[in-house]
Each structure stands twice: as structure tokens, then as C-alpha cells.
Design a protein around this ligand. Sequence first.
Ligand code: ADP
Ligand code: MG
Length: 283
Amino acid sequence: MSIPATSPAPVRPLPAGPDLRAEGLRLAYDDRVVVRDLDLLVPPGRVTAIVGANACGKSTLLRALARLLAPRAGAVRLDGRAVHRIPTRELARQLGILPQAPVAPEGLTVVDLVTRGRSPHQTWWRQWSGADEQAVRGALAATGLTELADRPVDELSGGQRQRAWIAMAVAQETPVLLLDEPTTYLDLAHQIDVLDLVTDLNRRENRTVVMVLHDLNHACRYADHVIAMKDGSVVAEGPPADVVTAGTVEHVFGLRCQVTTDPVSGTPLVIPVGRHHEAAAGR
Ligand SMILES: Nc1ncnc2c1ncn2[C@@H]1O[C@H](COP(=O)(O)OP(=O)(O)O)[C@@H](O)[C@H]1O
Ligand SMILES: [Mg+2]
């Protein structure tokens, strides 16, 4: 067979990265099933945002991806292995998670918390190295916490505390980073800071990121891939422009909106209508 003289434009190949996927996942608390028959492939080397209404199962799914919750059926696989079969330390070198509402032990300082991110990298014969030191310093600097390093985490403001947890996940230096609402409690400037930091981690270090985000406009701007969930199922997924449409937003959130283009990023921008503006929105 001859090779055609003109080949089609090359498709940008997916960057090499871990293969994280869920197959036939069923997740439940006691006898209440929250997620059923869910299949998911996390695009390696990309940023994925999970969006959906409160209580639809976003945190539950993220916790299952991080092996914090055992599935009732199906499996989460990392590079082909069921995560429940991967030894804890080994998994912690591959995958870091920032839970939705983490609580630090009383009195623990910022630097101590960030240092904990290094524990999966330590062994009895190699307790603390220059690489650990550098990772902790780098994570503190990247999150703007160098000045607050010696302060107890429980005395920080909500936003500072959130950044300290992100710093811990950064110091863990895992190829996969799972973040559950990393921008909660942050003012707008700090929200953008955190999302820019996540973008840096993805672009500079090729980390695969999955984050639950409430703000659809942030999801559109900062994610390559958006997963929309409703009642424990994936109802749409793909590039932001394909997923975040007026139809999907109405279906997922029960909210009428108009979708326009973000003048800064060119990504979809969701404008909610709301009861008091229906006449102005023309329907
Ligand atoms: N630890 C738990 N025990 C029992 N039910 C839970 C627990 N965590 C979450 N749920 C329930 O599971 C459903 C999904 O919760 P969650 O995954 O936290 O939703 P989301 O993150 O999308 O807001 C909700 O109905 C919630 O009440
Ligand atoms: Mg949640």
C-alpha cells in the first residue's frame, strides 16, 4: 500500500501521562447508591473540570478516584492496575488529593503540613533529602506562603488555609492531582491565583489535574476537558465549548442562561437569567 503524498494535518498527540480511568463504577454510602455505572477516562496530561449541582456525586467520584472510597462495583484503574491493589505509599507517589473540607491537626504549622506531602517519598534509610527541602520550599513559594510558613494552619484565614493544603499537594509532586473545589473560601483574585497555579503545574510539569469546580466560567477557562454530572451520572463531557451550552446548563442545574464568549479567553461565558430578568432575556 502506498503512502498518500499529502497526509492530513497532524492531530496534537496526547502528552504522555498516567492512564487513570473508572469502569462500571458504582459508589454508595450504606445502601444509598450515589454513582452508578460510571465510565470515565481522565485525559492524561490535561486539566479536567467536574461540574454539576450540589450533591450530584462529584466529591464521591473524586474520593473514589483517590481510593478513599471503595467501589461497590467496577474499578478505578491507574495504568491498568486497580487502585485498590496498589500499596498506599506507591499510590501516594502517583496521585495526590485535596479533599473538599480538610482539617489540619490543632497547632500544626504551614511548613509542617507541607512537609507531610513529602512522606510518600521517604523511606527508613532516606528520611529527608535536598529534594524534599526543595519541594517544600518550592510549594510554599508557588502558593505565596513563605512568609506564613511558621504559622499554625488553624489560625489562618480560610483562603490562606486553602493555599496551605494546595501547597501540601504540590509538594507531594504526584503526576496526578485531584482537587475538590480548590477555590472555595477564596476571594476572586486568589481564586484566579490558584487556577493559574494549577495551569502552571499542568503546563510546566505535565501534571494531570482533575478538579471539581463550581464556577462554570472558571471551568471553561482553565480546563481542557469538562465533565458534567447529574444524579451520579456523566451527562456530557468534552471540550468546554461542546459541553457548556445553554441546553446542558439548563439540564444539569435547572437554570436558564445565555452562553456568550469570554472576551478575555474566548471560552464560553455563562450568563444566568434568573426569575427577575426573564423578560429582559426574552422568553
Ligand atoms: N459520608 C457520607 N455518608 C453518607 N452520605 C454521603 C456521604 N458523603 C456524601 N453523601 C451523600 O452522597 C451524595 C453525593 O454527595 P457528594 O459526592 O458530596 O456531592 P457533591 O460533591 O456533588 O456536592 C449526597 O446526597 C450526600 O448527601
Ligand atoms: Mg462536593
